[in-house]
Design a protein around this ligand. Structure first.
Ligand code: G3P
Length: 217
């Protein structure tokens, strides 16, 4: 399973890349706003240059022709741009056209298995089911991943499941168990993957025991 960072903060992307954990980046207009980005094109270029893998850049247009124009523009910014398009009829129509042109897409705001099936039939490269937001309203986000996995396997779709809206390491674990292709996560969650209290405790004990030996020598 690939790990993507769900952020528009360059320092976070640089740090995750240095850890060797970064397989890609996803952004959305809210994350760009949160990072204080003014020049979106320059920022996408900067993210793409730091990322050893795909970078999702989301369209703001909502009509077919405008989505296509914006998608082609975003794709021209860097070789590793994937155009993120919301699951609306005009978006799905645009995904089909972009697929025929060889432009990779990530269908976002997916909340049902049938939305994922429709996006896959249109030729989406990735679908992004939002787990945390389903959990927030009392639904079972993981069940959505299981159902999409089963549908894609039933029919041999090559569309990748990019699990999004992950809030904690348990989400990442269950995505791996259920066969999601990618987990995109906030920087804080990626950092949490390193930590286990018994690792910290064990290391402290090893170092303390060595120090005692050294002190007694
Ligand atoms: O990038 C889309 C998704 O990961 C958003 O997550 O936490 O805003 O629901 P969240």
């Amino acid at each position: 399973m690939r790990f993507f960072l769900d952020t528009a903060v360059l320092a976070e992307i640089e740090e995750a890349a240095a850890w060797g954990l970064l397989d890609g980046v996803t952004t959305n207009p809210s994350l760009m706003a949160k990072a204080g980005v003014r020049d979106f094109d320059a920022h996408y270029r900067a993210i793409a240059s730091l990322t050893p893998g795909p970078v999702s850049a989301e369209v703001l247009a909502t009509t077919y022709e405008e989505i296509l124009a914006e998608a082609r523009h975003l794709y021209s910014l860097a070789d590793n741009i994937v155009v993120k398009i919301p699951f609306i009829p005009a978006g799905v129509q645009a995904i089909r056209t972009l697929h025929a042109e060889g432009i990779p897409t990530n269908c976002t705001l997916v909340f049902s298995p049938l939305q994922a099936l429709i996006a896959a039939k249109a030729g989406a490269t990735y679908v992004s089911p939002f787990l945390g937001r389903l959990d927030d309203i009392g639904h079972d986000g993981m069940e959505l991943i299981r159902q999409i996995r089963q549908i894609f396997d039933n029919y041999g779709f090559e569309t990748k499941i990019l699990a999004a809206s992950l809030r904690h390491p348990q989400h990442v674990l269950h995505c791996a168990l259920e066969g999601a292709d990618v987990a995109t996560m906030p920087f804080a969650v990626m950092k949490q993957l390193f930590h286990h209290p018994l690792t910290d405790k064990g290391l402290a004990q090893f170092l303390a025991d060595y120090q005692k030996l050294h002190a007694g020598a």
